[in-house]
Every structure is written in structure tokens, then in C-alpha cells.
Design a protein around this ligand. Structure first.
Ligand code: PAF
Length: 172
């Protein structure tokens, strides 16, 4: 498993696989990996020749009352867990690589779904999720992306986003 933080190195790997005609599956995460994530990785391996996992704690999906800094991070344990799987590449970008302008100027909104249920109580949360997922999709350029059903509202939101924006990726 290669571990890459730099988006240019990520792009090199992806380009190389694409030139060889290989398919790519992507599992975006915020770390703290558990059996649910590992089961997504196993499905990813069945569906595509290459598997990319990202670990990125996304500041844009934390509200002012939600503590981004205190979000649990355990990169060593996460890497150990992934080492026992067939992940080809672990992408661990810095905040500055994902949001290079320092502050966001462009967001992805999915009207309706972002403001009901959990979104009622976590203002801006789903906008932050949709935006980072779109950015990660642009960087990884996978054929498939896998999301757990535990966060069902998030899954629906991403499916709507992919359909509305005609993104060339299949959500599993
Ligand atoms: O479900 C998560 O871990 C996050 O919301 C996601 C999809 C990786 C976006 O940051």
C-alpha cells in the first residue's frame, strides 16, 4: 500500500493505472477505521482492479459548536488496519491541499436533503460533506465510490449530487 499526501503524486498513480486500462474504486473516510470501512474496502476490491482509500478530517463539515480539533485521529492504527487489506493507495492530504485558497469560495449544495433530519441540527454539515466529496472525486477520478449505509442521509445526498451533476462515477 502506497501512502500519498501530495495531490500531484496521487494524480501520477491514477494516470498510470488509467493508461493501463485499470478500473478504480474509492473509499473516502475520516479515519478511525472500523470493520464497516474494511467491509467497504473488500467490496471495492471485488468491483475494481485498484482501490484507493482517503483519510481526511474535513473542517468544512464541522459547525462552529463542533470541535474539529478534538475529532479523534489515529493514523498509525488506521494504517495498520489497512495494511491487512488489498488497498493500493492511501491518500492522506493536508487541509491546505484540499482547500488551497485558504478559505472556501465554492460549495456544493444539495437543496432539501441538506437541511432536513440531521441537517436541521448541523447547519452547513452536509454542504461541507458534498463539497469535499466532490473535490475528492475530482482528485481520485474513480469508477466507483463506496459509502456505508449507516450514514444514510449522507449516502442519499451523494447519490443526488452525482445524478444532478452527471458525475462519471457509480456509487455503491
Ligand atoms: O462519512 C465520512 O466519513 C465523511 O462524511 C466523508 C464522506 C468521508 C466526507 O468527509
Amino acid at each position: 500500500m502506497k501512502v500519498v499526501a501530495d495531490t500531484r503524486l496521487l494524480r501520477n498513480e491514477i494516470d498510470h493505472w488509467r493508461k493501463n486500462g485499470e478500473t478504480i474504486a474509492f473509499v473516502p473516510t475520516m479515519g478511525q477505521l472500523h470493520e464497516g470501512h474494511l467491509s467497504l474496502v473488500r467490496v471495492a476490491n471485488e468491483r475494481a482492479q485498484r482501490c484507493v482509500v482517503s483519510i481526511f478530517v474535513n473542517p468544512a463539515q464541522f459547525g462552529p459548536q463542533e470541535d474539529f480539533a478534538a475529532y479523534p485521529r489515529n493514523p498509525t492504527l488506521d494504517r495498520e488496519k489497512l495494511a491487512g487489506t488489498s488497498v493500493d493507495l492511501l491518500f492522506v492530504p493536508e487541509v491546505s491541499s484540499i482547500y488551497p485558497q485558504g478559505k472556501m469560495r465554492t460549495y456544493v449544495e444539495v437543496p432539501g436533503l441538506t437541511t432536513i433530519l440531521c441537517g436541521q441540527f448541523r447547519k452547513g454539515h452536509f454542504r461541507g460533506v458534498a463539497t469535499v466529496v466532490q473535490i475528492l472525486f475530482n482528485l481520485v477520478q474513480a469508477d466507483f465510490a463506496l459509502f456505508g449505509e449507516k450514514d444514510y442521509q449522507q449516502l442519499l445526498l451523494i447519490k443526488h449530487m452525482v445524478s444532478d451533476l452527471a458525475l462519471p462515477i457509480k456509487i455503491l
